[in-house]
Design a protein around this ligand. Structure first.
Ligand code: SF4
Length: 372
């Protein structure tokens, strides 16, 4: 089954480390939603025979939308698309948006998974990241959410300049105390065109050495895996039964269709993306056309490389799936790469799968560049 991604391009303000295309003028949210509904309706004719079992609201900050608006969008998807009986419906959420929230309304709208952009449970770190919520506030909101939803994820950002290990451990301890079943933990990236990058260029902040970053990565992984979390993708950890079904589609190279400005789609070997620019996006839809900016038909070599790259970042290459997709045996084509990786204690092979181990996960990009 396939997945649906809905991109909500709005944020209340831009965080210092963020390089996403986003809009801080919330006056145009209503017009955006009505165009999004048009996009859903127009595109649905292409997927009459397809079944979908995940919906993911990402951004930006999707929690800027009220539960009512989410309800309208989800109802429209259910109306125009063949959505399975119990789809996973995730919303990326900023704790700031839930001051007066009634989480029951989100449940009624059809949401069943929350992914909170907490980033840290340390107030100094939150200040550095220019986040407006405090550690105590996000804790309070997550506790409220957990009264209604069990499938809750927390995003953390680590490897902040000169980050104290104790602070990172305290954030991880809070995750355990809250008893959330899923964590996404990303290292801080100094993207160009961000305020953070400017500070770095002016020598006002420093980047951590690779060795310290690797140490912190191991700390996060060891902490979570020793407490019942499965390390199922380079940056993602889940208790059994709580892996993100939607994100697994990306990593397993399954079909997904995206809506909203800048949303990407992959469907039967065709990849495309929408206009990032909200004006072009709205204009296209007002003229009755889909807001597609670029599309590409992927050739077999491109698909093979993307498939392997995504598989090695997560649950590994499934030999049967590989053979059915490419009409060749993975173990024969890549025998020398596999042997070298296994001999160097970077990967493990079983009768039906080859995957990177924890040592390999730390070097995923380098391994893919060198061996595949
Ligand atoms: S809330 Fe997320 S998407 Fe919005 S500016 Fe901050 S990091 Fe970027």
């Amino acid at each position: 089954m396939s997945g649906i991604y809905i991109h909500i391009p709005f944020c209340r303000r831009k965080c210092s480390y963020c390089d996403f295309y986003l809009i801080t003028n919330l006056n145009i949210v209503d017009r955006f939603v009505s165009n999004l509904l048009k996009e859903i309706e127009i595109s649905s004719v292409s997927y009459r025979k397809e079944k979908f079992n995940t919906i993911f609201f990402g951004g930006g900050t999707p929690s800027i939308l009220s539960a009512d608006k989410l309800d309208i969008i989800i109802s429209s998807l259910k109306n125009y698309f063949n959505i399975s009986e119990n789809p996973e419906v995730t919303i990326e959420a900023n704790p700031e948006d839930f001051a007066d929230a009634d989480f029951n309304e989100y449940r009624a709208a059809g949401i069943n998974r929350f992914s909170f952009g907490v980033q840290s449970f340390n107030n100094d770190e939150l200040k550095f990241l220019t986040r407006e919520h405090s550690a105590g506030y996000s804790e309070k909101i997550i506790r409220e959410c957990l009264k209604i939803f069990d499938n809750v994820s927390i995003d953390l950002i680590y490897s902040l300049p000169n980050q104290k290990k104790d602070n990172l451990i305290n954030s991880l301890k809070k995750v355990i105390e809250l008893n959330v079943p899923h964590v996404s933990a990303y290292t801080l990236i100094f993207e160009e065109q961000t305020k953070l990058y400017n500070l770095f260029r002016k020598n006002l902040v420093t980047k951590n050495e690779d060795s310290l970053e690797a140490e912190l990565y191991s700390l996060v992984t060891d902490f979570l895996t020793s407490r019942g979390f499965n390390h199922y993708e380079v940056s993602n950890y889940a208790k059994p039964g709580y892996q993100s079904k939607h994100n697994l589609k990306y990593w397993s190279y399954e079909n997904y269709v995206g809506f909203g400005p800048s949303a990407h789609s992959l469907y039967n070997g065709r990849r495309w993306n929408n206009y990032r620019d909200i004006v072009k996006y709205n204009l296209s839809l007002q003229n009755g056309s889909l807001p597609i900016e670029n599309e590409i038909i992927l050739n077999k070599d491109m698909i093979r490389l993307e498939f392997i790259m995504l598989a090695l970042r997560s649950k590994g290459v499934d030999f049967n799936r590989y053979e059915s997709m490419f009409d060749e045996k993975f173990t024969e084509k890549y025998i020398s790469s596999i042997s070298e990786l296994v001999n160097n204690n970077l990967g493990v092979i079983s009768s039906d799968n080859f995957k990177l181990n924890e040592n390999g996960f730390r070097l995923t990009d380098e391994i893919i560049a060198k061996y595949f």
